[in-house]
Write a protein that binds this ligand. Structure first.
Ligand code: PEP
Ligand code: MG
Length: 311
């Protein structure tokens, strides 16, 4: 009868949407905003703040020392605003500062940054931000200003989190500057194995989305320095161990109604796209030059899934 005919499709679609994986785009510098928006991407999956600061050739603290807090906030607001404007009302994920100490040390004021033997395991991302709440709150104030200006398409993303504790501490600072985390879409990068293995607690911290930073997730899972040519042939985002972590994260996030995305370089690899669409990822965000190919690949996989479901 009728109900039986609809059965398999219904049963399948309850656990996995067959279509609708969004394709977003990573925007490296605000100047690329118009070109990125013209691709027809569903939003920006990653806009890095550090380029807006590092391009001034000064560390955040030196910049504030020389030009004042207001100017520092303005620098971020103007950089993000041009992208948020070009994409409005499509969402734009803006990541808070995430540069390793060796990059900061090359800038004016760099002598005040720590000198580390292993910057990739050191003072970067959310770790640095939580250790310097004064500096971090200036970034957060830039978000608050953007919301005030009406850019409600801006989403805040925290890099290199280890566990829910990192997120709850950042959330408290958001609230301190007047951001209401309940009212805004915000989330975190999943790029440490610890964050993948803590995903249940992380979902419960109140986030709206996670985004896989596969450059780092691969480096940390396989213990392969992403910048070390001696082991470059071992750097494989499609390694079964990396994919298994991602599979678990997507599954748990789906149970908690938390969106999942990828913004690492692997987002442009067809095999990664196939895997993620199969697992039910919410969106994929490659670099601008790969958007069209990824859009086609997503369609191809979704059509296959649709055919399989009615068979
Ligand atoms: C990543 O780690 O995959 C990522 C997108 O962040 P970044 O390359 O800036 O570390
Ligand atoms: Mg990263």
């Amino acid at each position: 009868d009728e109900q039986e005919d609809a059965g398999p499709v219904e049963a399948h679609s309850a656990v996995k949407p067959m279509t609708g994986t969004e394709v977003k785009v990573n925007v490296s510098i605000p100047e690329a905003a118009e070109r990125a928006a013209a691709t027809g991407a569903d939003g920006v999956g990653l806009l890095r703040i550090e380029h807006m600061i590092l391009s001034t050739d000064k560390t955040p603290s030196r910049y504030v020392e020389d030009h004042g807090e207001r100017a520092y906030v303005d620098e971020i607001v103007e950089g993000v605003r041009s992208v948020a404007e070009a994409f409005y009302p499509r969402p734009v994920r803006v990541r808070t500062l995430d540069a390793p100490s060796d990059e900061f040390r090359q800038l004016q004021g760099g002598e005040d940054e720590p000198s580390e033997h292993n910057p990739m395991l050191g003072y970067r991302g959310i770790r640095r931000s939580l250790d310097r709440p004064g500096e971090f709150k200036l970034e957060l104030r830039a978000f608050e200003r953007l919301y005030d200006l009406g850019y409600d398409n801006v989403e805040l993303m925290l890099p290199l989190v280890t566990d829910a504790e990192d997120i709850l501490r950042a959330k408290a600072l958001m609230q301190e500057v007047g951001i209401d985390p309940e009212k805004r879409d915000w989330g975190v990068m999943v790029e440490t194995p610890a964050s993948a293995l803590s995903i249940e607690d992380i979902c419960e911290a109140g986030i709206d989305f996670v985004s896989f930073g596969t450059n780092d997730l691969t480096q940390y899972t396989l213990a392969v320095d992403r910048n070390n040519g001696n082991v470059a042939d071992r750097f494989d985002e499609l390694h079964p161990a990396v994919l298994e972590l991602m599979r678990q994260v997507i599954g748990t996030c789906r149970e908690h109604d938390v969106a999942t995305s990828i913004c690492g370089q692997a987002a442009s690899k067809p095999q990664m796209v196939d895997f993620l669409v199969d697992e039910g990822v919410t969106s994929i965000s490659p670099n601008i030059d790969a958007v069209r190919d990824v859009q086609h690949e997503v369609k191809r996989v979704e059509q296959r899934l649709l055919l399989e479901s009615v068979r």
